[in-house]
Write a protein that binds this ligand. Structure first.
Ligand code: ASP
Length: 587
């Protein structure tokens, strides 16, 4: 199948069964070694490396001379015979290591300048700086690790398509030049040349379109969709990213969980992992209470507990002072936490500060001896009542949940990193359900949407939409895996009156609602089935399954954390003429 006009085989595919065959190969000069009149090349292509030997016994003199002059990364076509390597020269680390090619002809078809970053590396060689690698991405992509990641990504994508297609989902493409879809980020705007002063937005997600497809009666839709969000970038975000986006009609939450689990099980299977379904469920409230986060890493124990009542009895002055308003004492009984050194605890406190905490109170119990910042207030018995046994430690903070939850989440994960306990299982999937519909805005405290404004309020809570919005739950669910959010979804609002109310909560005036979402509201009045869906963050799944350290390692041409494409150089200034044609001005 790999045979073409130029070659008979791929380099990396040659094996002992090919011995005696004449072959023609095309590939990149990975390494060259000259050994006493014999020239060895490691020739590389997508399938891997093969050794090509040029020697006086079988290569014409001009070919031998030309081989000796080849620079690395030159593209050559070689012809020759596959021979078995002598036992002493076999290389068990190379898939083709039992054979080599005795070359009789050589043509340079793609000369190469000296590469600015090396492609061939020794096992212990460090990678060049990432910025340099992103700048020369065509060379970086020659690295077998990146190639393997992108091959896995391809397989995952095909598997997702196949799985959803078998579940009767129709793959439909939705527009890239569109109207803003609120998903909580800024829009990328594209000025219109034909309509002065008007703009397209790039989709933050296909959300509205997929709902319109449900109104249209498509019943089940999916798309491997590119989404664009102009956010301040964090280490694990890209301004454009890929979702496995799906939507289905006449469904409730259980149906959606079933579809998404089927896809995730298939993807993990594709990467060689058997996982079990159904996934366990945890409510958002419980996740926040026990783990301080809505994406808990459930491979490990160390739950957070409320110690307010017990600690209050001890009369610790600084805790008493802090226990005002909605403050609570929350802590973690760390099994084996006696092993944490003073330095460890200082660093935990430092980590707590980074996420807005003011400190960390701690006590360690070794036999009858109690040490730590709040040691004098505790007896062994008192600690025992908190679940802190001999050899364990208590870590605690006091404050309102909005402060203590992120702190304890961070402390818990740091403790797990330091103590490295055995995980209870390798793959901890879960559904986080019953999210609140609104969360308070970071700065103003006013209600903003926890997911997106198309998410249906929980039917039991809808009566409190206006009177007590923060107490309303949503039919919104996330899938989490080992402390990562894999995606989100919800059952949607189908009643235009409720949809209008929810937009009003966003602070939109009636006229604005019509201008921005009138088309959706009109569609909802045209006969809308109950529907819901989900979007899986595909880049993140590929990263986790590839065991890669960054999303950039599973995207062929990623952006930097500053949203720049270093290779092609984007964004870039536009010519004054182009800018004028778009009826805009650069300030
Ligand atoms: N559109 C949502 C998102 O991008 C997913 C969904 O609700 O289906 O997160």
């Amino acid at each position: 199948m790999s045979r073409t006009t130029w070659r008979t085989h791929r380099c990396g595919a040659l094996r002992a069964e090919h011995v005696g065959q004449w072959v023609r190969l095309g590939g990149w000069v990975h390494r060259r070694r000259d050994l006493g009149g014999i020239v060895f090349l490691d020739l590389r292509d997508r399938d891997g490396l093969v050794q090509v030997a040029f020697g006086p016994g079988w290569s014409p003199p001009d070919v031998l001379v030309a081989a000796g002059a080849l620079g690395s990364e030159t593209v050559v076509v070689v012809e020759g015979q596959i021979v078995v390597r002598p036992a002493s020269a076999r290389n068990p680390e190379m898939a083709t290591g039992d054979v080599e090619v005795h070359a009789t002809a050589l043509v340079v078809v793609g000369p190469a300048e000296t590469p600015p970053i090396p492609v061939a590396r020794g096992k212990t060689d460090e990678l060049p700086a990432e910025e340099l690698r992103l700048k020369h991405r065509h060379l970086d992509l020659r690295r077998p690790e990146l190639l393997a990641n992108l091959i896995l990504r391809h397989r995952l994508m095909q598997r997702a398509r196949r799985t959803l297609s078998e579940l009767e989902f129709l793959e439909v493409e939705t527009p890239i030049l569109t109207k803003p879809t609120p998903e909580g980020a800024r829009d990328y705007l594209v000025p219109s040349r034909l309509h002065p002063g008007e703009f397209y937005a790039l989709p933050q997600s296909p959300q509205i379109y997929k709902q319109l497809l449900m109104v249209a009666g498509f019943d089940r839709y999916f798309q491997i969709a590119r989404c664009f969000r102009d956010e301040d970038l964090r280490y694990d975000r890209q301004p454009e990213f890929t979702q496995i986006d799906l939507e289905a009609s006449f469904v409730g939450t259980e149906d959606v969980y079933g579809f998404v689990e089927a896809v995730l099980v298939a993807l993990w299977d594709e990467a060689g992992h058997a996982i079990e379904r159904p996934f366990p469920r945890i409510t958002w409230r419980e996740a926040m209470e026990r783990y301080g986060t809505d994406k808990p890493d459930l491979r490990y124990e160390f739950p957070i507990a409320d110690w307010t009542a017990q600690v209050q009895l001890l009369g610790v002055p600084f805790i008493e002072q802090a226990l005002r308003d909605e403050a609570r004492v929350r802590g973690i009984a760390v099994k084996g936490g006696g092993a944490l050194s003073r330095k460890d605890v200082d660093q935990l406190a430092e980590a707590a500060k980074q996420v807005g905490g003011s400190g960390l109170a701690w006590a360690k119990r070794l036999g009858d001896h109690i040490s730590g910042s709040v040691a004098k207030h505790f007896t062994a018995e008192g600690l025992g009542a908190l679940g802190v046994g001999d050899g364990d430690a208590a870590l605690m903070v006091v404050g309102p949940d909005r402060v203590t939850s992120p702190v304890l989440d961070r402390v818990r994960m740091e403790v797990i990193r330091r103590l490295a306990p055995a995980p209870t299982r390798a793959h901890a999937f879960a559904w986080v359900v019953d999210f609140p519909l609104f969360e308070p805005d970071h700065e103003t405290g006013t209600p903003v949407f926890a997911h997106h404004p198309f998410t249906s309020p929980h039917p039991d809570d809808v009566v409190r939409l206006e009177s007590d919005p923060f107490s309303c739950r949503a039919l919104h669910y996330d899938a989490v895996y080992n402390g990562n959010e894999l995606g989100s979804g919800s059952i949607r609002i189908t009643d235009p009156a409720i949809q209008r109310k929810v937009f009003a909560h966003l602070g939109l005036a009636p006229g604005e609602i019509e201008a921005r979402f009138g088309f959706l509201l009109a569609a909802l009045q045209a006969g809308t089935p109950p529907h819901g869906g989900f979007a899986i963050g595909f880049d993140r799944v590929a990263m986790l399954l590839a065991g890669a350290g960054s999303l950039r390692d599973v995207i062929a041409f990623p952006k930097t954390t500053a949203a720049r494409a270093l290779f092609e150089g984007a964004p870039a200034p536009a010519s004054p003429a182009d800018i004028a044609a778009l009826h805009i001005e650069v300030k």
